[in-house]
Design a protein around this ligand. Structure first.
Ligand code: NAD
Length: 468
């Protein structure tokens, strides 16, 4: 089986062959520019433990570089290099002006107390500072598997204690709590982006006809693997805004099935209370955690880890659409089988780009030192109120208070973030789909997404005058 990095490279090569980008430049784009391997001691109880960690900057063609930090016992250099590479292509694809990076600490987070996790995070950050691998204009981490706003706040605080005089220091990391210079809408951003992407993909009649589905999300059946940040928001938003029916969930402890639909919000409460998704009201426990992946459904959303659909289980996959919310959930070998079968794969580098898109908004907010909407919200409200007043006067009819509130509202930060995210995901989908239709031999969205990304990165290099 290919490693994760080899899978990314093989997807790159397939797309690269469809471009006119010179060989030498393709080689430069493909390789990871800087790989930092770290080993540092942290006192755990009465003993010192040596922690293995990484930060990889795949491409500095744009700076800063950007990418999450993962805490998992499965972290390897290969994995971090694969994830950093994907970040470069992802950013280019959705016009986020960063190079790609990724970090990883090889630990099982739930085996440590919050104090110990804090010590590990702070020491990792200090190592990055020493090596010049973090900074608002250098390299900006964010959350990923096993990390969230809490870890980002620790990173910020450590960075501030070294670089407090830097007026832009708070832009050294994104995904921070809103109260610590974060942005509204970042926590849900990846899941919300997955929702917008799926909505766009299923809205195209001719593409749906090819896979035997009616256009539109409403009523489509969905299976989700991984009920963490990305999986849970994808589920909740798809249910609330898209009327999707979620029939099965797979988590670490097992999987559950209910053909009538599973309410994700209630399931999250159940998991919080019992520590497990199993034995949820109205749902049936399935024999294994993998069993859910093999169910008949319209959309399968792997939102846990890489290589979950591989050569040994790919022949049992019955979904018509695979929405790759996780990074690299389908191995290169499985991808080939699914492509031949005509399964629609909405690729990771596009579909989970909502996180980095809103991280970009957070970074801009931090550099401008002001909340989005602060200047214009009240002005817009007053303008719309005057307009509504004029309409009432001219028509002689009064507009109800509820409608008035709706019509005269000025945009808040959360409205602007969601609007920017939706615009990004919709525009990028059509850009990719256009290339898929236009290029000969390019029948899948992943190859098309790589072609779009590679051409944008190559054009940056041409503009820099580095490659003719
Ligand atoms: P998370 O840690 O919040 O959640 C992951 C969930 O998957 C956990 O609940 C875990 O128990 C579950 N899980 C792990 N192995 C599993 C298995 N074999 N079967 C079923 N469930 C399993 O992580 P996350 O932030 O939601 O990230 C998930 C994926 O999305 C990762 O691939 C990550 O790189 C990608 N991603 C995350 C973001 C983000 O903003 N957090 C952005 C882009 C991509």
């Amino acid at each position: 089986m290919s490693t994760f990095y080899e899978s990314v490279q093989s997807n790159f090569d397939r797309a690269a062959a469809m471009t006119k980008i010179p060989k030498g430049l393709l080689h430069q784009i493909r390789e990871c520019n800087s790989v930092l391997q770290l080993r540092f001691p942290v006192k755990i109880g009465n003993q010192y433990k040596v922690i293995e960690a990484y930060r990889v900057q795949h491409s500095q063609h744009r700076q800063p570089t950007k990418g999450g930090i993962r805490y998992s016992s499965r972290v390897t250099q290969d994995e971090v290099m694969a994830l950093a590479s994907l970040m470069t292509y992802k950013c280019a694809l959705v016009d986020v002006p960063f190079g790609g990076a990724k970090g990883g600490i090889k630990i099982t987070p739930w085996k440590y107390t919050p104090e110990q996790l804090q010590a590990i995070t702070r020491r990792y950050t200090a190592e990055l500072i020493k090596k010049n691998f973090i900074g608002p204009g250098l390299d900006v981490p964010a959350p990923d598997y096993g990390t969230g706003a809490r870890e980002m706040a620790w990173i910020l605080d450590t960075y501030m204690s070294f670089k407090g005089g830097d007026i832009d220091a708070v832009a050294c990391v994104t995904g921070k709590p809103v109260s610590q210079n974060g942005i509204r809408g970042r926590t849900e951003a990846t899941g919300r982006g997955v929702y917008y992407a799926m909505r766009e993909a299923v809205s195209i009649k001719e593409d749906m006809r090819k896979i035997g589905l009616e256009p539109g999300l409403a009523g489509k059946t969905m299976v989700i693997q991984g009920l963490g940040n990305v999986g849970s928001y994808t589920g909740m938003i798809s249910q609330d805004e898209g009327d999707v029916k979620i029939i099965a969930i797979s988590e670490y402890e097992g999987s559950i099935y209910n053909p009538n639909g599973i309410n994700i919000e209630k399931l999250l409460k159940h998991r919080k209370a019992t520590g497990s998704i199993l034995n949820f009201n109205g749902a049936k426990n399935l024999p294994s955690r993998e069993a859910a992946l093999e169910l008949e459904c319209d959309i399968l959303v792997p939102a846990a880890l890489e290589n979950q659909i591989h050569i040994d289980n790919v022949h049992n996959i019955k979904a018509k659409i695979i929405a790759e919310a996780a990074n690299g959930p389908v191995s290169a070998e499985a991808d080939e089988v699914l492509r031949k079968k005509g399964v629609m794969i909405i690729p990771d580098m596009y579909i989970n780009a909502g996180g980095v898109t809103v991280s970009y908004f957070e970074w801009l907010k931090n550099l401008s030192h002001m909340r989005f909407g602060r200047m214009e919200k009240r002005f817009d409200h007053n303008t719309y109120s005057n307009l509504v007043g004029l309409i009432e006067k001219q028509t002689g009819k009064s507009i109800g208070n509820k409608e008035k509130d709706f019509l005269t509202r000025g945009a808040d930060e959360i409205d602007l973030v969601r609007s920017g995210l939706e615009e990004t995901m919709v525009t990028a989908y059509h850009e990719i789909n256009e290339v898929r239709k236009r290029k000969r031999n390019c029948e899948d969205l992943r190859t098309a997404a790589f072609v779009v990304a590679l051409e944008k990165i190559a054009s940056d290099y041409y503009n820099l005058g580095i490659f003719p």
